[in-house]
Design a protein around this ligand. Sequence first.
Ligand code: PMV
Length: 334
Amino acid sequence: MKASSTANANIALVKYWGKRNKKFMLPQTGSVSMTTEDLQSHTTVEFDPKYKEDVLIVNGKEYKKGDEEYDDYVGLFLGVVREMTGKDIKAKIVSNNNFPTAAGLASSAAGFAALAAAVNEALSLGLDDKQLSMLARRGSGSATRSVHAGFVEWKRGEEEDGSDCYAEQLFPPEHWPEFRMVIAVTSKKDKKVKSRAGMKQSVATSPFYKSWAENVVPNHIEAVKKALTEKNFKTLGETAELNALAMHAVAIATKPPVVYWNAGTMDIIHAVMDWRDEGLECYFTIDGGPQVKVMCLEKDAEEIAKRIKEFDNIEDVIITKPGSGIKITDNHLF
Ligand code: PMV
């Protein structure tokens, strides 16, 4: 009852920000993302009666019952798995990310997609990719999208039990192999407000929440899907950038405020707008953290990475492209 898998982080082109049902992790809106190629979680899980308690080790650090990372995330997720299977066997989970954890690089998305895939294999649950995306959702909303490769839509669904709330692939990576995101890592520190807490507060208190969810997001989903179909880079970039700013406007207007941006974030936002005016075609997006992801085409990626490195507040630059979904591997971490 041991298995390992890998999954990549995804970067939202139309953001998810807020739940309508906490238990089933059902979102207020749909969302669209790109699964990356180089931001990977590698996870091994073993269910065995020899474990008296669940053991969780992420990037070499151990978490137990009583730690937030276990209680509010992996512990809850394992509870869902135990309810589903009717088996109460404890598990050991070891997971490594090759990128900064909990700083707006969707580590929970990659982590829970990989964990769902490994659990499915270890317990021989026989779930298909759609069912796996629904299981991953119970760990972290955005993880539902990392199950699939390439460009992905997470459907909001209408049902209260979540039976129509899952992710599906819009296009495989080969549809647009020249698409790039250049990630400006402006801080590797853990963020102060986790997405889960921030979005909950936004739903409850942001004066812009309702109009964002009802008027802005549905239009952006349609525009982004059309732009992806036509490989229209300008429309895609413009819409994704506006969508990120709208989400952060909702977050910033929350009480207490959810402000993820730092000085490096602002530097890159302004730089991207200036570069665009000069004719270098690029757009930015920002998730629940201070990193800026600059969307561009392959021909401009190296130049953009070089320019980003010239700024003071930059800790790292990563170039990524449309990448693969979950994969089972024989490479066990213990
Ligand atoms: O799935 P969570 O709880 O990590 O929330 C992700 C929220 C954003 O990254 C800000 C947006 C998104 O759609 O990924």
